[in-house]
Design a protein around this ligand. Structure first.
Ligand SMILES: *[C@@H]1O[C@H](CO)[C@@H](O)[C@H](O)[C@H]1NC(C)=O
Ligand SMILES: *[C@@H]1O[C@H](CO)[C@@H](O)[C@H](O)[C@H]1NC(C)=O
Length: 384
């Protein structure tokens, strides 16, 4: 081969390294992938590809009104917590696993499904239950092993961060608006089943090589607009739900501490969603909002009826203009300005908000830090 041709090949190879890496293998070495599991807090639209109803979807106006066009499929007016997190980590949006055009999952995959709980019974038949999400993750792992070989796949799996949001759908229906006791279980037994089923899923991920997780604890659902709606007298908060949420959060922490002792290489960040939501709902002005207890989109005086976008067969609903003044977008979900604040706290927050590490530290778990720094240096020298 002539010198000119050889030089040209070398040049294009160098350009490839510095510009947009086109080989999947390079992505794997340089990026910590993000795999996302759980419910509507993280769902980017998987429910549009399963047999469910519009009540479990958000692919219509006004969802996404502040950011995405056409509608987001996300349960918010704009981006969700993981969409902001990838920005801090300089990853692209993590692809929706079931969305047919998505076949490349080198940066990770999002399996989350609105309505899902840790228990298969929670909204059974309307969501991708957590065990199915784990199965899909297993399919993806096989795909990586075939295409990359075992050692690269092992590295990808152990470097990756696994994000979970779970439990918010396991309690409100059984506790319900009438304080139906969770017959035949005690609170302790019921919470034990929820945490137990979540743990089974995480252990499945650990068996495939997953080590690092980020998880949100349970929000104070007791005063959620949808929970207060119709409660007598005067649309009050549901105290039983408050008690059981606190129990869930205590048991979750205990379980994580136990897993840390049992599982090799395990590292985690728990974002204290419960405290952050309480603070913001009680003191919206301190966080830049005006309205902490009513939804921007929905029906009833405080938007407690989940009719945003015409859900539940209710054609007429309210949508207020000043979305950024609201903590809640619909009766169950936060606005994107809140999502951004939470993502930042999860990513960068102190140990009072996210413990024992924040998500940034988890992303940068030893081995990955070295490869990330390496890639940042390469990028800088090519740009210069
Ligand atoms: C979808 O769900 C409906 C109602 O639950 C059911 O009648 C139908 O058979 C399901 N279709 C498929 C393909 O599972
Ligand atoms: C998981 O949930 C089921 C109910 O769906 C329950 O019977 C089972 O005991 C739970 N598993 C664990 C490990 O708690």
């Amino acid at each position: 081969m002539g010198v000119a041709l050889a030089l040209q090949l070398l040049l294009s190879y160098l350009l490839m390294l510095g510009g947009h890496p086109s080989s999947s293998q390079r992505h794997f070495v340089e990026h910590v992938a993000l795999f996302i599991f759980g419910d509507s807090i993280f769902d980017p639209g998987n429910n549009n590809y399963i047999n469910t109803t519009a009540d479990f979807q958000a692919n219509f106006w006004p969802y996404g009104i502040s950011y995405f066009n056409p509608p987001t499929r996300r349960f918010s007016d704009g981006r969700l917590i993981p969409d902001f997190i990838v920005e801090y980590h300089r990853l692209p949006l993590i692809p929706t696993y079931l969305d047919p055009p998505n076949t490349e999952f080198v940066y990770g995959a999002n399996f989350a499904s609105g309505g899902v709980g840790a228990l298969v019974e929670s909204h059974a038949g309307f969501t991708l239950d957590l065990k199915t999400q784990l199965q899909y993750f297993g399919d993806l792992e096989k795909h990586f092993r075939q295409n990359l070989g075992d050692s690269k796949t092992d590295q990808l799996m152990s470097d990756a961060v696994y994000l979970f949001s779970c439990g918010g759908n396991d309690y409100p229906s059984p506790v319900g608006n009438n304080d139906i006791i969770l017959y035949p279980y005690t609170h302790e037994q019921y919470v034990g089943m929820v945490i137990g089923n979540w743990t089974d899923v995480f252990k499945g991920i650990h068996e495939k090589g997953g080590r690092k997780i980020g998880i949100t604890n349970l929000a104070p659902l007791a005063c959620w607009p949808s929970v207060r709606e119709g409660r007598q007298p005067g649309n009050t908060c549901n105290e039983e739900l408050d008690i059981i949420s606190s129990l869930h959060n205590q048991e979750l922490l205990k379980k994580l501490q136990e897993l840390e002792k049992q599982l090799d290489g395990f590292m985690y960040a728990v974002f204290d969603l419960n405290t952050e939501v309480s603070n913001q709902m009680k003191n919206p002005s301190k966080y830049g909002f005006k309205i902490g207890d009513s939804a921007c989109c929905g029906s009833s005086p405080f938007g407690g009826i989940d009719s945003c976008g015409g859900k539940r067969g209710i054609k007429e609903f309210d949508l207020f203009d000043n979305i950024n003044d609201y903590f809640f977008f619909d009766s169950n979900h936060i606005t994107k300005v809140v999502g951004r604040q939470f993502a930042e706290l999860f990513w960068n927050g102190g140990s009072d908000v996210t413990a024992p590490y924040n998500l940034k530290a988890v992303f940068q778990g030893k081995r990955s830090l070295a490869s990330l720094e390496g890639s940042a240096m390469r990028t800088r020298s090519m740009d210069a």
